[in-house]
Design a protein around this ligand. Structure first.
Ligand code: PLP
Length: 386
């Protein structure tokens, strides 16, 4: 099946729903049965049958089928947030006494899980520079149980070699998890390289309209069944049928949104690279990117998120630049229809003890669906003000 078939047809049984083109929104908590024996048998196979929407819901079920197929995995679960998906994928695979290797400075709440929460349950993590495979090898311990990747990372865009890490992990019977939010399944499929669990924040491109917070774990049937039975049903951080429906709607245009966002970023970057007030642009498919060869090997393309370093160490000037932008809104997140700007100087997280080590002059930009030329003009006028 190609992307369009998966996105538009897979899991949808139009004949059951009055031939409706849009999938049905089954906004219900529970499902009823005509007999006790049918009720009992449904309860015995709650993984596959709608009983109660904390487990199985038909609208969410359609989404699960599509996302699993897009990620080239057997199954998937959809959660109330990317963080719920990430925590469940990790917690499902570690026990007291285990060791985790994680790429340094992962997404802030992934960092918090591994560095602040899991040590309380006797799970320790070593954070490494993931750009060299030797660093994974050197961090191995007898009790290493899980390797956590995020490639590319969402501020600094370093990559990890999916194939090399998956091979190393398999030789040592270690489970691998990769956060694939940046690429989406259309631009990278970690499972093709042997990564065991692929996680996403569906709050970004997958939903695509800045109106949903959700997360995804894709893996084989066995691992998904285990997460379903334990973390999914117990923590109950499930997606609501309505949010699942919104993601189904968002997915219809994923390909065209992603292409547009990525093309716009690439056009804008060409202009920014020669701008006298810009020191550096960081983008995985840029000709000057240090890991470009690896990017070309494991990614089909890079998306619409990139960082710049302004040629100033002055925080006020960075603020002025960000506040002068008209189309790029000052906000966290990315992957929606709207262009965004997020300066590193805004990343001090008061609720977590994680400190970002990002430089003062670093600004993250996301190109949405607006016109590339207008966005470019917007950046130029804001640069002129500093
Ligand atoms: C946003 C994000 C997350 C967290 O997802 P939520 O849906 O916000 O919980 C995880 N990883 C990456 C790379 C992200 O950008």
């Amino acid at each position: 099946m190609n992307h369009s078939e998966i996105i538009n047809l897979l899991g949808e049984e139009h004949e059951k729903y009055f031939q409706s083109i849009a999938p049905p929104l089954i906004q219900t908590s529970n499902f009823c049965y005509p007999t006790v024996s049918k009720m009992r048998s449904a309860l015995q196979k709650e993984f596959d049958t709608p009983v109660y929407s904390r487990g199985n819901n038909p609208t969410t079920g359609i989404l699960r089928k599509k996302l699993a197929a897009l990620e080239h995995t057997e199954d998937c679960l959809v959660f109330a947030s990317g963080c719920a998906a990430i925590s469940s994928a990790v917690i499902s695979n570690v026990h007291a006494g285990d060791h985790v290797i994680c790429v340094e400075n992962p997404y802030s709440w992934t960092n918090h899980l591994l560095s602040s929460i899991l040590p309380g349950f006797k799970v320790q993590t070593t954070f490494i520079d993931g750009s060299k495979i030797e660093n994974f090898q050197n961090a191995l311990q007898k009790n290493t149980r899980l390797i956590y990747l995020e490639t590319p990372k969402s501020w600094t865009f370093e990559l990890q070699d999916l194939q090399a890490v998956a091979d190393l992990a398999k030789r040592n019977k270690i489970i691998t998890v990769a956060d694939n939010s940046y690429c989406t399944p259309l631009y990278q499929n970690p499972a093709d390289f042997g990564i065991d669990l692929v996680v996403h924040s569906a709050s970004k491109y997958l939903s695509g309209h800045s109106d949903v917070v959700a997360g995804v774990v894709c893996s084989n049937k066995k691992m998904i069944r285990k997460i379903f039975k334990n973390e999914y049903m117990t923590f109950g951080a499930i997606i609501s049928p309505f949010d699942a429906w919104l993601i189904l709607r968002g997915l219809r245009t994923l390909q065209i949104r992603l292409e547009r966002s990525s093309q716009t970023a690439q056009k804008i970057i060409e202009g920014l690279k020669s701008h006298p007030k810009i020191e550096q642009v960081i983008y995985p498919f840029d000709s000057g990117f240090p890991q470009l060869k690896l990017a070309n090997r494991q990614m089909k393309n890079a998306s619409g998120l990139f960082s710049i370093h302004l040629k100033t160490g002055n925080a006020q000037k960075v603020e002025k630049f960000c506040e002068s932008l008209k189309y790029f809104r000052l906000a966290v997140s990315w992957g929606g229809h709207e262009s965004l700007v997020f300066p590193a100087i805004a990343t001090e997280l008061k609720v977590s003890d994680i400190k970002s080590n990002l430089p003062v002059n670093m600004v993250r930009l996301y190109t949405g669906l607006e016109d590339a030329e207008e966005l470019s003009d917007d950046l130029n006028q804001a640069l002129e003000k500093i």
